[in-house]
Design a protein. Structure first.
Length: 427
């Protein structure tokens, strides 16, 4: 459950190219009319380390792994829960790079402008934005105007609100031709700031060998004082392709989080549904990591031929039978999920050194909520005695980004106003 390095590199190269082009334009205009760039302080906001694994270096290690978890289980934590901070961190990095790009745009923008840029391969146009909330639309396109490279809808008064859309595929030939990124931000109300990062078309070609290849991403965050509410969703078309237990199915990585910025602590709920599931009241229970993995490994066990492993025979072993709390299974195919988990626990009790069984049980136990501090993962599930973190009940008012929304996401240059992260949003 990781971010494709090629996606990160492609987006970074594309943003650097835009910054370079726009910077060159800004320098020429500065010489002509004395206008200068401006620090655009309201382009979103930094995400704290408790939810972002990019700022200050990638840190996905479990905070308590050295003392509480065996190495194999610490690695499971890094793969599963570390991905939450990695995806949020990617959005954080994209926002920072786009902020740098906007700072290169001169402040004294003309009402209209059209002219070549760079070596003549590009055309830059400036016009009044047709969207009432913005003053200017800046478009960078190919010299013939056949293809857009970047589009900026900007409120040039204070520059606290805008929409930036980038054609990553055009700027970086090594990336997917369809790759697009969009940042929507609104900092006009300092007490209630909003940013949305969307990326689509990130796969250059079908790659079933990469079971967590990233196809699309959306991070929707809102900052109210020192509290940040965040909803995230990533789409993985080949999830489970290389896993012994997980069935082959496209999946989404869906999470909601509340972050206390001052304490740098986050409380998160995570679901890993297939990409056709609708979010409902039991979404984070039915599709938690533990629930999904338990169902998958149970289905795998039921289909094993008795000649390979006979679970009924294992359950009949005297020491194992004595440790069971459920009726023993009659056969592999008739074994219920409760019987299977109970059998694993009994085997673990009889043979504590069995690492494979211990790791399977560990993953089946992973549950919501998940807690992070500025060093990474702390704990998950019902954690009595854990205090000082945002209340899990506060996550209920954060809107879930539907799996189908990111599965079908296609970033376009004519961006619609995104829907709210929370029920009471007014954006």
């Amino acid at each position: 459950m990781r971010i494709s390095s090629s996606a990160k590199v492609a987006i970074g190269v594309a943003l650097a190219a835009v910054v370079s082009l726009v910077s060159g334009c800004g320098q020429r205009q500065d010489e002509e009319d004395g206008s200068v760039g401006v620090e655009v302080a309201e382009v979103g906001f930094d995400l704290p380390d408790s939810i972002s694994a990019v700022r200050g270096g990638v840190r996905m290690e479990a905070a308590r792994a050295a003392g509480d978890l065996p190495d194999s289980q610490a690695e499971i934590v890094r793969e599963i829960f570390g991905a939450i901070r990695a995806y949020a961190g990617l959005a954080d990095e994209l926002r920072r790079l786009i902020k740098e790009m906007l700072e290169k745009i001169p402040t004294n923008l003309p009402e209209t402008y059209s002219g070549p840029l760079g070596d003549g391969a590009y055309l830059l146009t400036i016009e009044r934005s047709p969207k009432p909330a913005y003053t200017h639309r800046i478009v960078l396109q190919t010299a013939t105007g056949a293809e857009k490279i970047a589009s900026v809808e900007l409120d040039n008064v204070g520059r606290k609100k805008g929409i930036v859309t980038l054609n990553v595929g055009k700027l970086d030939p090594s990336s997917a031709p369809t790759a697009r990124v969009r940042l929507t931000f609104d900092g006009t109300d300092a007490s209630d700031r909003r940013m949305i990062v969307e990326a689509s078309g990130l796969l250059a070609a079908p790659n079933p060998e990469d079971d967590w290849a990233l196809g699309g991403l959306k991070i929707d965050a809102r900052k109210q004082g020192s509290t940040i509410l965040l909803s995230g969703n990533s789409h993985h078309p080949y999830a489970g392709m290389n896993d012994d237990f997980m069935p082959d199915a496209a999946r989404n990585y869906v999470f909601v989080a509340k972050i206390d910025e001052a304490a740098d602590r986050a409380t998160v709920k995570l679901a890993v549904p297939t990409d056709d599931v609708r979010a409902g009241s039991t979404f984070f229970t039915e599709h938690s990591v533990g629930a999904v993995f338990t169902a998958a490994v149970h289905d795998w066990a039921k289909k094993r031929p008795a000649s390979e492993v006979n679970f009924a025979a294992v359950a009949a072993l005297p020491k194992v039978a004595a440790a069971l709390t459920q009726p023993p299974p009659k056969s592999n195919s008739e074994m219920t999920q409760a019987q299977f988990v109970d059998l694993l626990r009994a085997v673990r009790q009889v043979d504590p050194s069995n690492k494979d069984v211990a790791n399977i049980l560990f993953v089946t136990s992973l549950d919501n909520p998940v807690y992070f501090n500025n060093q990474g993962y702390v704990s998950n599930g019902d954690t009595a005695g854990l205090s000082g973190y945002p209340s899990p009940s506060d996550l209920e008012r954060i809107s879930v980004i539907e799996p189908t929304e990111v599965r079908d996401l296609k970033v376009e240059f004519q961006a619609a106003v995104p829907r709210a992260i929370a029920e009471d949003s007014g954006l």
